[in-house]
Design a protein around this ligand. Structure first.
Ligand SMILES: Nc1ncnc2c1ncn2[C@@H]1O[C@H](COP(=O)(O)OP(=O)(O)OP(=O)(O)O)[C@@H](O)[C@H]1O
Length: 243
């Protein structure tokens, strides 16, 4: 990664979801018209930069656009307008429910997720045992993930991201997953990954204590726009003052 450039550069990003308009059932049955599609603009012109090595806390009310922003940076959603430039293609998003194929086994999903993160088959195979061991899901690794409990699901998702380390990590609110023992282990591993100076991190969190403990700066998203970006205390105080 080039140290002079921002690791993440977001410029005037707009992103809309297509939603089916609510239509009364009786009208839908008798109307020959197709359901109307409405657009909802979740990101409304977002611009900011993140330096390499920064740990940015992303805060904002429910529905303000935080998860959508992380998905756009991870390349899961393409912006309708604007640009997102990353200094490295090595980026991962840690978020519940993203990326698993329910019919495939845990092992197959590790391979698939690893490839989507840009790793080669060989690199993933080398790390496979470590991922399985960290996930603590035993023989379930060779069963379809649709048979997993939600705890097992998130333990495997966490382990893939934790073991296959990327230069940019985007974390959507899950700093600790699974049972108490795994929570502790995953939180420690997460801290180790986050505090690596060569890694750039964005963490969505509703917990001000988490933001204070882990982050070097804060980005406040409000109604799909940047409301404020700056040092942790200044932005948190302004945000808490408005709540
Ligand atoms: N798949 C979708 N289809 C339609 N609208 C969506 C979809 N996902 C999110 N939205 C809408 O986009 C807006 C932003 O959602 P997003 O999940 O990014 O917010 P958030 O800040 O992460 O919220 P929270 O803090 O509750 O997780 C919300 O109004 C939400 O209803």
């Amino acid at each position: 990664m080039d140290d002079r450039k921002n690791a993440i550069e977001v410029e005037d990003v707009h992103l809309s979801y297509q939603c089916l308009q609510a239509f009364p059932l009786r009208k839908s049955i008798f109307s020959l018209k197709k359901s109307k599609v409405e657009k909802y603009e979740a990101l409304r012109g977002i611009s900011f930069g993140v330096k390499k090595g920064e740990i940015v806390g992303v805060i904002g009310r429910n529905g303000s656009g935080k998860s959508t922003l992380l998905k756009a940076i991870a390349g899961i959603f393409a912006p309708d307008q604007g640009t997102i430039t990353l200094a490295t293609p090595s980026v991962s998003l840690l978020s519940i429910g993203v990326g698993f194929q329910r019919k495939l086994t845990g092992r197959e999903n590790v391979m698939l997720s690893g490839m989507l993160l840009g790793f080669s088959e060989q690199q993933i195979l080398e790390k496979m045992d470590e991922i399985i061991e960290f996930a603590e899901i035993g023989s379930f690794i060779d069963r379809p993930v649709k048979t997993y409990s939600s705890g097992m699901f998130s333990k495997l998702a966490f382990s893939i991201t934790a073991v296959l380390e990327t230069d940019i990590m985007l974390i959507d609110e899950i700093l600790s997953v699974g049972d108490t023992k795994f929570k502790k282990k995953s939180y420690e591993k997460m801290k180790e990954l986050i505090f690596d100076k060569n890694r750039t991190v964005m963490i969505v969190s509703h917990n001000p204590d988490t933001v204070r403990q882990l982050c070097t700066s804060v980005l406040w998203i409000h109604e799909g726009k940047v409301r404020m970006q700056g040092d942790v205390e200044t932005v948190l105080e302004a945000y808490e003052g408005e709540a």
